[in-house]
Write a protein that binds this ligand. Structure first.
Ligand code: NAP
Length: 389
């Protein structure tokens, strides 16, 4: 057997094992929410102002393009850390707007690894949301949908801490917490105006992952630990990083639940989405210990268990636009077969696992909220501290 054959058969065994797990998951999964999304999207996104973080690549870009193709949104803001990549994404989106569409497609620079950049980015977003011609200093511009999509995964080789916090938690959770805090006034401004047929309330979507299951229950563990990785060898460091990623994705779920509890009464919906296993840029960026080996090849090109970014984006589009009678606040949209499939809401049957919100105690989610507020020095969520940008 050649080395190539061996790697093929190993890939095959892994595919079978994952497929069996996926089937078990699908059996446990309740009824789907299979809407012809592209048919509904022009109605569901009509006149809305939407912001997507990490909009230049992968799922964020696919999400932006599907909204642009629908052609009825009022504004699509693409937030990216790299301005030139953002420009390219904007041109792509503008080029597919249907004829006669009046949607504004705008870009904003936002680097989630720098709190200062998040603050400046939030300010720029608020300016972009204001209609320049009718701008009134006293009117808070509306934001209908905030999609906290950007993310970093398995960054074991990167600088381990961002402003004193573990990289995954800093970028995937804390910076999105800060962004949501800064944009809450804009979401609240849209609340109450979006009632009636097909006009859903404003909402925050967190793009999480089923890898959240591999996390510590207490997600605040590891935020501030002195870095134990260097001494432990490459493979240990890599697997340790998977746990840090899982931890940040669990934090996304917990934040979704806490926002739901705190703001549903104020007219803001909070929903999480797991995009399945999507062939985005994320696996190409991962610096695996075997960076050019069959594992990476399998992860980035696997055609059997994974989806295109277009299909993967369906989960977050449903979370972002479906009316609350289809996707209620506090719910979690996942693909039917775990890694692929059409969207379903995660069922109560799975509540025994850490996948489901019910498995978080109210105390856990409140603790994470308090720890995040303290870390970021926020006194009152959604209230801009004096002297801040
Ligand atoms: N793909 C999957 O199978 C999968 C599964 C579960 C969950 N997810 C989640 O889906 C979300 C999107 O991931 P993806 O698969 O689309 O990955 P991707 O193709 O790598 O896209 C990630 C996006 O996040 C941006 N980003 C990374 N670090 C950033 C930072 N510090 N500041 C601002 N933007 C930053 C990237 O910008 P650059 O292009 O500049 O790097 C890129 O636009 C993530 O939250 C991920 O955890 C993905």
């Amino acid at each position: 057997m050649t080395q190539r054959d061996q790697s093929r058969s190993r890939s095959f065994v892994i595919c079978i094992a994952v497929a069996l797990c996926a089937i078990a998951f699908s059996i446990a999964t309740s009824g789907g929410i299979e809407y012809a999304l592209d048919k509904e999207l022009p109605t569901w996104s009509r006149d809305k102002a939407v912001l997507i973080t990490g909009a230049n690549a992968g799922l964020g870009l696919a999400t932006a393009l599907r909204i642009a193709r629908a052609g009825t949104a009022n504004t699509i803001i693409l937030a990216c850390r790299n301005p030139s990549k953002c420009q390219v994404a904007m041109q792509d989106a503008v080029s597919i707007l249907p004829e006669g569409a009046t949607t504004r497609v705008l870009t904003v620079e936002l680097d989630l690894s720098k709190r200062d950049s998040v603050m400046k980015g939030a300010h720029a977003i608020q300016e972009a949301l204001s209609d320049q011609e009718t701008a009134d200093q006293d009117v808070v511009p509306d934001l209908d949908v905030l999609i906290n999509n950007a993310g970093v995964a398995f960054a074991w080789n990167s600088k381990e801490f961002v402003e004193g916090v573990e990289t995954h938690m800093a970028i995937n959770h804390l910076s999105h917490f800060l962004l949501t805090h800064r944009l809450l006034p804009n979401l609240l401004a849209a609340a109450g105006k979006r009632t009636g047929a097909n006009m859903s309330p404003p909402r925050v979507v967190h793009v999480s992952s089923l890898t959240a299951i591999g996390s510590w229950r207490d997600v605040s563990l590891g935020w501030k630990n002195p870095n134990p990785r260097k001494a432990m060898g490459r493979w240990f460091n890599f697997f340790d990083c998977i746990r840090y990623y899982s931890q940040s994705k669990r934090a996304n779920l917990m934040q979704t639940w806490e926002l739901h509890k705190r703001y549903e009464g104020a007219g803001i919906i909070s929903v999480a989405a797991h995009p399945g296993y999507t062939r985005s840029e994320i696996f190409r960026k991962v610096q695996m210990p075997l960076s050019s080996g069959w594992i990476k090849e399998l992860a980035t090109k696997n055609p059997y268990l994974s989806m295109s970014t277009d299909d993967g984006a369906t989960m977050q589009l449903m979370a972002a636009f479906a009316p609350p009678d289809i996707v209620p606040s506090g719910s979690h949209v996942v693909p039917k077969y775990w890694t692929t499939g059409t969207p379903v809401l995660i069922p109560r049957l799975l509540s025994g696992f850490s996948l489901h919100y019910n498995s978080f105690s109210e105390k856990d989610t409140a603790n994470l909220w308090d720890a995040s507020m303290k870390e970021l020095g926020i006194e009152e969520f959604g209230k801009l501290e004096s002297g801040m940008a």
